[in-house]
Design a protein. Sequence first.
Length: 227
Amino acid sequence: MKIIDAHSHIDYITHKHQSDVVGTVCCATAENQWVELINLINADKNIFGAFGIHPWFIENVSDDFDLRLEKLLQTDSGYMIGEIGLDKYKPDMDKQLYVFVKQFDVAVKLKRTVFLHCVGAWDKILHVLKQYKTSELPIIVAHAFSGSDDIVNKLLQYDNIFFSFNKIDTNGRNSRIEHISDDKILVETDGKSNIILTDLINQIARIKNKSNMGEIIFDNTQRLLKK
Ligand SMILES: [Zn+2]
């Protein structure tokens, strides 16, 4: 099987640890990781970089973080944006929203894929998405997706959405994976070494009753990365 990890972090480059994995989307989560990620990408063509400020790390953002992000992304057309988003269990939702929207604006302007962190804030995210014309929205990856079927349906009105999973709870709410079409599914470790992507894909293949789920997911990742 050939796999690309659709969401990891700079301290876990998945293809260096898991034999089926041939590439890793690596998300920076704060400005002080951006240079380190550039260095990693320059040393390894199988790392696909996303730059951003995570909602957990908004406290010390620089005044011009959005301009810095835009300038950085202009240096390489392959650079993406992430991990950005909203988290209702973390402080200062107003600032989270401000930092998220500023970064999302950059993604729209430069047409770059966004890796989205959303915990308990889908209504707010959907409200933000409505502020743009559907045709101008970038590709969006809902990372570690755990929203309801209702949220799935609302998100599926956008062509450019992917759903990325790092665990499958076959007894519980992750039965949602049955409702998401095969061409929208991705797998990820989120930087956790105990998540073995080959096993995860085999689980999804069983739920979907498809023996070629690995190939489908690999193709999805290729579309995402436009390679
Ligand atoms: Zn993450």
